[in-house]
Design a protein around this ligand. Structure first.
Ligand code: UD1
Ligand code: UDP
Length: 384
């Protein structure tokens, strides 16, 4: 009997871990492949929270994170570590996810080792080199190297085709984040975090917030925090719950401006199940995160995006997400509209699923089977 192909999934930060976890679990269960996992640990604590929830024990852990690491250092240490792992394991395919530096470097390392690459969450674009930074370029570079492209949506597929990618190598799969969401959200969920567990979500209107992006560090993040302060002070029934990313410049700005503001609850990063259930019980989400922009629409919770542009236009088109930018008064105005105008709130607060139906991992597994010639037909594309 022929040896089963070895599939190596590589990730390293919180979001790529959350989005690769359902796929790793799906590949593990399949009889056709041997599943291996390598984490760069570009994030340490925030990655470990995800590994624990999904019970994933990586086969390789490069443990590269350093406090206040630079992009160059992440790139260099991950590349060297991955070169070793690929040399030892010699996988038949490497799977990378999205737009992190881990994703770009893992595809580069696989290319140097002449190992095929499957790019999960391929084809998202702003076409602005510096927004999001460095993610737009990371995603494009990973895409240049990839042999298989798992585009979540038709829009993402079209972007790739426009750029000259062979349509035969693209599979429209949905986003695996919706697979994770479907498993983790439940009505009777008990939070691990004490504050969340004791919080009365029926008496208060909760705004769930995350903001951490590199391009928002400094003035834009200060503007965001000032907007949050103004909102919470103006509306007695509004409380803000903000799990703060561990990046030191983020911690410093957020705690300086919001540390002592009543009704603003600053938490350490919470585990993903708490996060998903927090969103599902919130009135509104304000965020600069990519993942939250995909998750909240599926839960029927309106989102204001704290950035000037988004590579995820689908939910904006569906009317549940609005790009609010990083100007203090613009954020306050858009938030107040949703706090005061019930009709406007209802218009935005409907559940839509432009990013996935919870079956993206199965489609990606089928796509890999197809690529290895195990099955003849491509899986049915998502949303077509
Ligand atoms: C990275 C990704 C970004 C993603 C974000 C998700 C890149 C270039 N950026 O950005 O696309 O949106 O993760 O969160 O790949 N830190 C800790 N503990 C942790 C995690 C981070 O202390 O568990 C601190 C460290 O001081 C680290 C800093 O955060 O130096 C920044 O981490 P890094 O991965 O370099 O960048 P992010 O801004 O997190
Ligand atoms: N998330 C989490 N705990 C938190 C904040 C976010 O589990 O305290 C989850 C969130 O639900 C989403 C993912 O982390 O699935 C998004 O990651 P992040 O904001 O770090 O990255 P981005 O989406 O901006 O790339």
């Amino acid at each position: 009997m022929n040896k089963k192909p070895v599939v190596l999934s590589v990730f390293g930060t919180r979001p790529d871990a959350i989005k690769m976890a359902p796929l790793v679990k799906t590949i593990e269960k399949s009889d056709d492949f041997i599943s291996k996992v390598c984490v760069t640990a570009q994030h340490r604590q925030m990655l470990d929270q995800v590994l624990k929830i999904f019970s994933i024990n990586p086969d390789y852990d490069l443990d590269i994170m350093k406090d206040r690491q630079t992009l160059g250092r992440v790139t260099k240490t991950a590349l060297e570590g991955l070169e070793d792992v690929l040399g030892k394991l010699k996988p038949d395919i490497v799977l990378v996810h999205g737009d992190t530096t881990t994703a770009f470097v893992a595809s580069l390392a696989a290319f140097y080792a002449k190992i095929p690459v499957g790019h999960v969450e391929a084809g998202l674009r702003t076409y602005d080199k510096y927004f999001p930074f460095p993610e737009e370029m990371n995603r494009k570079l990973a895409g240049c190297i990839a042999d298989l492209h798992f585009a979540p949506t038709v829009t993402n597929y079209n972007n790739l085709v426009k750029e000259g990618v062979n349509p035969e190598s693209i599979y429209i799969t949905g986003n695996t984040v919706i697979d994770a969401l479907k498993v983790l959200v439940s009505k009777d969920y008990n939070f691990e975090n004490d504050l969340l567990n004791n919080f009365d979500f029926t008496l208060k209107r909760v705004i769930a917030v995350t903001a951490h992006r590199r391009e928002n560090l400094g003035k834009p993040l200060e503007n965001i925090c000032l907007a949050l302060k103004e909102i919470v002070q103006k509306y007695p029934d509004v409380e803000i719950i903000y799990p703060v990313h561990l990046n030191p410049p983020v911690q410093e700005t957020v705690r300086k401006i919001l540390g002592n503001v009543p009704k603003v609850h600053l938490l350490d990063p919470i585990q993903v199940r708490d996060m998903h259930n927090l969103m599902s019980r919130s009135y509104l989400v304000l965020t600069d995160s990519g993942g939250l922009q995909e998750e909240a629409p599926s839960l029927g919770i309106p989102v204001l995006v704290l950035r000037n542009e988004t590579e995820r236009p689908e939910a904006v088109k569906a009317g549940t997400v609005k790009v609010a930018g990083t100007d203090t008064q613009k954020i306050v105005k858009e938030t107040e509209l949703l706090l005061n105008d019930k009709a406007e709130y209802r218009r935005m607060a409907h559940s839509v699923n432009p990013y996935g139906d919870g079956h993206a991992s199965e489609r990606i597994l089928q796509a890999i089977r197809h690529w290895f010639g195990i099955i003849d037909k491509k899986p049915q594309p998502f949303g077509v």
